[in-house]
Write a protein that binds this ligand. Structure first.
Ligand SMILES: Nc1ncnc2c1ncn2[C@@H]1O[C@H](COP(=O)(O)OP(=O)(O)OP(=O)(O)O)[C@@H](O)[C@H]1O
Length: 350
């Protein structure tokens, strides 16, 4: 079976209730790595052996500090950059093998929404023209049909018809992000990657865009990867969350389990930091100390040990394996069983 057939025939589960994840993965990532070689001896290990799967209809969150490799994963999943090693399968198809018409179809199946909507739109083009362009590129519909589709999509993302004639400079950041999301959905993708889609917006706009994405996800039965440095964002919209540190995933769990019983000291520190304003609790043993080490020379053993308040000798010597804390909860820490539940995490999950 070629990739064309695969991308066409792996159906959305029509019996699936809107918004509910089903078991079969749409996206499978195995031992993915991206090393940028600066010389024969030195390379930046942006992504260094990452594996995860996203089930059809599921929203997976990918969180971690700036520079831990999140956007590189988005670029690898959309084939904007080739991996150093590892595989990405979408709808069962290894994306590195896809070419020609099949690649065009893949590019339609997977859409990406970035942080900066101003950068994503040509300032000299009216919104309507920008939204119609990908439809024309993929030879979808007549000019009139494309215009109708765009008008309907504008309404779906909460914008009135006047936006069709506007230029980007005549819109707010939140309105433009609606345009960018609508433009991505016009191609009827199955997999939407959102890379920090709300980080350029203020708090009220952020909530509106997250609510819109939640709504569109249900209506279009999308599978999503939500990338953010902000735990509040992934908590709002995700079914499951993967926490990334220095090129690796260190914890994966269902959303509620992650917030209620975070197992990795790094996850605990991120939760504590994100809830600081609300709870006022920030116990010293869960504080995040120092800066992210350089991905040019990641620490030996557990990569987090240089910042971890619980680190012991073993942590600097041996890299922990992924262990299962429960069926759907994995953690990469030698001492996760010995960590006590912390107050910040309890308060934040209340
Ligand atoms: N083209 C490149 N050449 C060299 N290094 C790169 C390149 N792209 C990314 N990196 C490095 O790879 C690491 C991961 O970058 P990436 O942008 O994926 O992180 P991120 O978690 O998305 O951070 P941010 O939220 O700030 O975008 C960083 O150290 C970055 O400097």
């Amino acid at each position: 079976m070629n990739s064309h057939t695969l991308l066409q025939t792996v159906p959305r589960n029509v019996s699936e209730p809107a918004g509910q994840a089903v078991q079969s993965p749409l996206v499978e990532v195995e031992q993915l790595a991206k090393h940028y070689f600066l010389s024969r001896l030195f390379s930046i290990k942006s992504v260094d052996g990452v594996s995860f799967a996203i089930r059809q209809g599921e929203v997976l969150g990918l969180v971690g500090e700036s520079g831990c490799g999140k956007s590189t994963i988005a670029r690898l999943l959309t084939r904007q950059t080739p991996p150093t090693s590892g595989q990405v399968r979408i709808a069962g198809q290894e994306i590195a093998d896809v070419c020609g018409e099949d690649l065009k179809r893949l590019r339609r199946t997977v859409q990406l929404v970035f942080q900066d909507p101003f950068g994503a739109l040509d300032p000299r083009m009216r919104i309507g023209t920008s939204m119609e362009a990908p439809l024309a590129q993929h030879r979808i519909g007549t000019r009139e049909e494309r215009r109708d589709k765009v008008m309907r999509m504008l309404a779906e993302v909460g914008l009135d018809e006047s936006f069709y004639e506007r230029y980007p400079r005549q819109c707010s950041g939140g309105q433009l992000q609606r345009v960018v999301i609508g433009r991505a959905l016009l191609l009827e993708p199955r997999f939407l990657i959102c890379d920090e889609p709300t980080s350029a917006l203020d708090a009220s706009m952020r909530t509106q865009i997250l609510n819109l994405l939640t709504d569109l996800k249900r209506r279009h039965r999308l599978t999503m990867l939500m990338i953010s440095h902000d735990l509040r964002v992934v908590r709002h919209i995700c079914d499951r969350i993967a926490v990334m540190y220095l090129g690796r995933i260190v914890e994966v769990a269902d959303r509620d389990a992650l917030f209620k019983t975070p197992r990795h000291p790094y996850t605990r520190a991120l939760i504590a930091a994100s809830m600081l304003d609300r709870t006022g609790l920030y116990a010293p043993e869960i504080q995040l100390r120092g800066d992210l080490p350089s991905p040019l020379n990641p620490p030996r053993g557990c990569r987090f040990h240089t910042r971890c308040a619980h680190a012991q000798a073993k942590c600097s010597q041996a890299e922990p394996e992924f262990e299962s804390a429960s069926e759907s909860h994995q953690v990469r820490c030698h001492f996760w069983r010995e960590l006590q539940p912390d107050k910040s995490a309890e308060a934040s999950s209340a």
